[in-house]
Design a protein around this ligand. Sequence first.
Ligand SMILES: Nc1ncnc2c1ncn2[C@@H]1O[C@H](COP(=O)(O)OP(=O)(O)OP(=O)(O)O)[C@@H](O)[C@H]1O
Ligand SMILES: [Mg+2]
Length: 402
Amino acid sequence: MDSPSAQPVPQDPPQQRRSAPQRRVAITAACLGLVVVVAVVDYLTGVDLSVSLLYLVPVCWCSWSAGRRAGVLVAAASAEAWLTAVLLDGAPIQHPWVLVCNTLTLGGIFTLVATLMATLQGTQAVLEAKVVTRTAKLGREVAERRWAEAQLRQAHAELQRTQMQLIEAAKMEAVGRLAAGVAHEVKNPLMTLGMGTDYFLQRRASSSDEATLLQDMKDAVHRATGIIDLMLDFSKPRPLRLAPEDLNAIAESALGLLRLQLLKQHIEVRRLLDPALPQLPLDRTRIEHVLVNLFTNAVQAMPEGGTLTVRSAFQQAAGTDDSPAVILEVEDSGPGIPHEHLPKVFEPFYTTKPPGQGTGLGLAIVHRILQIHGGSIALGNRPDGGARATLTFNLHPQPPPP
Ligand SMILES: Nc1ncnc2c1ncn2[C@@H]1O[C@H](COP(=O)(O)OP(=O)(O)OP(=O)(O)O)[C@@H](O)[C@H]1O
Ligand SMILES: [Mg+2]
């Protein structure tokens, strides 16, 4: 993730900066005009003190808005205008020096006011600049803190994911060790039992009950051997035999394997297969195994019949890091998966089926097979009922994890 970029302190645009001196000149000119107006009023009212104080308006305005130098200029012009108004007024002057003193005093006061106003304005501008800088700094700090928080949250989520993967890996390792031990201890006796039941089945059984019992025993041995093979394949999958394959064709052949079951349970199959799918590097037997597992789960979820939908599509940005991928969805119209079961369905040996009907290895193996293909599976519920499994096959899969 990119670090938050430092925010520049806001500056006036160049056009605004260029026009500042012109603005000062305009304000000074306006203030000088105002001085003339005050002088005329002063003259007409007979140079009254209260009117003379009006000179402070252009002085204050100019020094506040156009700076100290312009303010002093307007102050001098005001004193000059006052003197002119007095001279034009024609009132008797006691002594010329008094007039000079009055003019200088008035000019001094105006200049002092102008300097004070300009200093005040300067201080305010400095304070404003400080506020702007501090606000910008605070904004940067808040952005940096937010970014750090987001990083922390991401790291935490990553850590949780890694922890889950470690737990999953530990479970798989435990299953692997168990499988190896069970295979070693149980597979040979099972073979002996299997051969024994075969032998007795080939000989004529003394009664039909005996024949049924022998057949049940043979089925049980066959099932137990199958579970051990599944566990072995799950813990130490044999290397993939990849070849360019058409996923639609594999889906068709998996559906073919379940044809009788689908007919028996009155399940309608909807095929929404994209005919323009690109070929994918797949181990055909194992992907067929994946699809048979998913179709079987769907069939088992619809004992009273329903609809099984198989949909495939090519998507430009559905894969890892938004890479192109082929999506295959398997949907059923069964009851769906209860929300609280969803996080556990990929755990080895997690099943909600009655004993003897499910090992709970189906989805764990599906997940493993997709993982070693560099793909993924997501299981959820459709908004209008039933479960949906979404398989994602990257067009250019990354090397599978060890
Ligand atoms: N299509 C589905 N509809 C409803 N529940 C499902 C569906 N697919 C899976 N599940 C739930 O997920 C659980 C785990 O499925 P999984 O295929 O791993 O094992 P299983 O079907 O119980 O046994 P196995 O596949 O080994 O015979 C199931 O027991 C079931 O509760
Ligand atoms: Mg299953």
